[in-house]
Every structure is written in C-alpha cells, then in structure tokens.
Ligand binder design. Structure first.
Ligand SMILES: Cc1ncc(COP(=O)(O)O)c(C=O)c1O
Length: 455
C-alpha cells in the first residue's frame, strides 16, 4: 500500500497495564486448566498446521477450544463445555447451526451426485434468487470465497475501465489478500492502491483529484466489519456514489458482511446502488461461498456471445453443496420478514450492550445484527478513532464471557444468528455486566477515571 493516512492519538481511557497483564494471564490459565482435551488436540494439530489451524482469525491464546458439535445457537467443545454462539461464524452462520431446510436440500443434492464437472439447475436457481434481490445485480458469477469475489470484481473493473488503481479505505478488510489494517500488508494482492480515510469525503475528493484518471474502482464496505463494525455515514456514501459517477469510476460495494441488512443488502436499506457488488458468507447456506455481480452490460465481459473476452475459472464455483444449500436458504429461510426482524433485534440489542460498557469508558458500535465491543468510548467514526488502542480489556471480556458460556470473537465482534432468542440476548447482557464488574475488580479500568472525558 502507498502512503498510509496519519494515525491520530488514541482516545482510550487509562488502563492499568500491569493489572491487565495479571488478569489476562490468570484468565488464560483458568481457560487452559478446564480444557485438557482441547489443549492436547491443539498441540497435536500445531505439528501439521501452522498455529494449529487453517484460519488465522480463529486463533487465540492459549489455544482455541475444539468443537465437538453444534446445534441451533449452541456450540459444544471436546471438554464438555457449551457456549451460546454469538460469533455466528463471523456472519457465515446467520442461519444458526444445522437448519433442517438446508440439511434436507444438501442431502437431496448429494443423492443426485456431486463433483459433476457440468452445470445443474441449483446454480441457475441461486443466481435468479440473488439477481432478484440486489438492486445492483442483473447478472452474477459464483466464486469460492468473498476474497475471490473481491479479486474478481477489482479485476473486472480494471478490465472495463482500462485503468489501474484501486481506491480503498484504511483499516478495511476485504479478504485474506485484501487487508488494509495495521500490519496487514504483507500478503496484499499486488494492485496499485490509493488509501483513503473511511467516512471522510475530503480524503476521497483529494485522492480523486490527484489520481482520478487512473482509478478503476472504489472498493468499500457499507459498514466496516472486521475494522470494528463501523457504519458508513449515508451522506458519505451518497457523495462517494456521485463522485464515482462523475469520474467514471466503478463503485464496488463489498457486501460480504452487510448483505444481511435486508433482502437486498445495505444497498437496498440505504437506497444507494453501487456498480458492482460482492457477496459471501451465509448466502451459500453456510457452505463455501462467494459471488460478484452487476449490470448485464458489465458482466458481458464473461460472455463470448456478447463480445466478452474474460474467462472465469474455479473448479468449485458451482459446487453442488453450496448451490443447493444457498438456494434453499434464500428461498426458504431468508425471507424479508426474517431479515428485517433480525435487523431490528440487533438495533435494540446494541444500545443495551453499549449501556453496560459506557461506565468503564468502553463502547459498542455496529449496524443491525452486527456489533463490536471497543476499549474506547463512542462514537467511533472510522478506524482512525481506534488507532493505537490497547485491546486487552476486550480480550479480558472475551475470556470472561467464555467462562460464562458465551462465545464471541476475541476482538469483541458479535454476529447475531436467526437461532439467537431474546433469552439469549438477556443472558449476554447479564454476563457482560459481570465481565465488566470483573474488569473493575481487577483494577484494569476504573469507572471514576473513564466514565467522563477520555483521560
Ligand atoms: C467485508 C468482507 N469482505 C470479504 C471477506 C472475505 O470473505 P472470505 O473469508 O469468504 O474470503 C470478508 C471476510 O470476513 C469480509 O468480512
């Protein structure tokens, strides 16, 4: 990545670092003592898998617990612990575990055979369902992941514009090869990036003024997910939309996470239509999934009959499990009512979480059914507000919640699934109150110091 926007001073309230270290060491010890089977399996796995797993985001110290089974909203580990699953597989688990509609569809598809090396009808059905839903998508192509969908969308934009550069936002995550947060640059796909500040129209205006004729596309999440559940200001997005149109820049909405905000994603809820959209996660019914789509005229680049010259490979793009699971999920579970209800439930839940955190100078941000816990007070408008923060209080909350049978991301990320009930939400709030009390008891944070202006 080229020059990174300047990091602003942290707004974090005072944290007693020594107390945080002591509390964290004790929490990790208790965690390990109660999970001998997971410990053994983690050690054995680390001999053949770097860090013992194959998805870095799942790693945490001392070792991640091993799942024995999952059902509805509950995960059970190999040491007999049960957890209410508030992580929801980082949004891919929106349906909850093992929904029968999807299991039946996949079983039926497997009866008909898989690894076909040919096309079958579920592929066309899923495409129709998604084209009907997303305002920007007239035609769609499937991939194996959200990362791949974004790589394809960027490459398509560069092809149709004949331009080179990709405008991205500092702190954004668009996949394993498209991470623009601190320290995340080593494995970046080698495009020529123009980094801007999220929710900052001036930063975009300056970048377009300087590089406009070279910018093929803007890649943006309508809400930064991994960056901390930070929603884009609708006025910022509207300005971005207009600027892209004026300069013939392809606007790509990465809706891999935000597609859950309505049947037509964040774009439908906001009334702002991008040129291309990328999708992933739960829309494959919980199976390996990604997709990118846009106007038929643009997607014609993949259609030789319409003069297209691009090929789009991928052995498993139309794999039988994903196509059948995705079609069943969209058709039978992901109704407008179900998605709206989940959105509203999340909107009511987030302020309750924020109320618990505020007295110790922490906060919750998010949109709809996605939220993140931060070790700084709100409001947070972009990753720049989180720069240089001390993540230990959030990790302590994570361990305190695990001890109380609640699973969320170590970094404080929560994705509600359709299996989460009001009782689960109540339990979460009560356990969070206990976790915050523990932070105070251990002297990590002090309400008197941190409830007012940042120290
Ligand atoms: C916004 C966003 N884009 C892209 C991706 C990458 O998707 P995948 O993990 O399927 O490659 C993610 C994954 O978390 C994401 O959150």
């Amino acid at each position: 990545m080229a020059d990174t926007p300047a990091v602003e001073p942290t707004r974090q309230p005072t944290i007693d670092g020594a107390a945080a270290d002591r509390a964290l060491a004790a929490a990790r010890r208790r965690y390990a003592d109660r999970r001998p089977n997971s410990a053994r399996q983690a050690e054995a796995a680390a001999r053949v898998l770097p860090a013992g797993s194959t998805r870095s985001v799942l790693d945490f110290a001392p070792f991640p617990f091993r799942v024995a089974s999952a059902d509805g909203a509950v995960l059970a580990d190999v040491d007999g612990h049960r957890y209410i699953d508030f992580l929801g597989d980082y949004t891919a688990g929106l349906l909850g575990h093992n929904p029968p509609e999807v299991a039946d569809a996949v079983r039926a598809a497997l009866e008909r055979g898989w690894a076909l090396g040919a096309v079958a009808d579920d592929e066309h059905r899923l495409a129709e369902l998604l084209c009907d839903r997303f305002p920007s998508i007239e035609q769609i192509r499937f991939t194996n992941s959200g990362t791949e969908a974004n790589l394809m969308a960027i490459s398509l934009a560069r092809h149709v514009t004949g331009r080179d550069r990709v405008l991205v936002f500092d702190g954004a995550y668009h996949g394993g090869l498209l991470y623009f947060g601190a320290g995340g640059t080593a494995l970046q796909a080698p495009y020529s990036y123009v980094p801007c500040r999220y929710n900052d129209s001036r930063s975009v205006a300056d970048a377009v003024a300087e590089h406009g004729d070279d910018i093929a596309c803007v890649l943006i999440e309508p809400m930064m997910g991994a960056g901390g559940c930070l929603p884009a200001d609708p006025a910022f997005l509207a300005d971005l939309r207009a600027r892209c149109s004026r300069h013939d820049i392809v606007l790509i909405f990465d809706e891999v996470m935000t597609s859950r905000m309505s049947t037509g994603g964040a774009q439908l809820r906001l009334g702002i239509t991008p040129d291309l959209t990328t999708l992933g996660k739960y829309l494959g019914g919980g199976m390996t999934f990604g997709a990118f789509g846009g106007p038929a005229a643009t997607m014609a680049a993949f259609d030789p009959a319409r003069g297209g010259s691009l090929t789009h490979g991928g052995t498993f793009n139309n794999n039988v499990m994903t196509m059948s699971a995705g079609a069943a999920a969209v058709e039978r579970i992901l109704t407008a009512e179900a998605l709206d209800r989940l959105f509203e439930r999340g909107e009511r839940f987030r302020p309750r979480v924020d109320d618990v955190l505020r007295p110790v100078g922490m906060s919750a941000s998010g949109w709809g059914s996605l939220l993140a816990i931060h070790p700084v007070p709100g409001p947070i408008t972009g990753p720049h507000d989180l720069a240089g923060f001390d993540g230990r209080p959030v990790e302590l909350v994570f361990h305190a919640m695990l001890e109380r049978g609640i699973y969320l991301a170590r970094r404080g990320f929560v994705a509600l699934s359709l299996a989460i009930t009001d009782d689960h939400l109540q339990t979460f709030v009560e356990r969070l109150e206990e976790a915050v009390d523990e932070l105070v008891e251990h002297g990590v944070v002090t309400p008197a110091l941190s409830s007012g202006a940042p120290a």
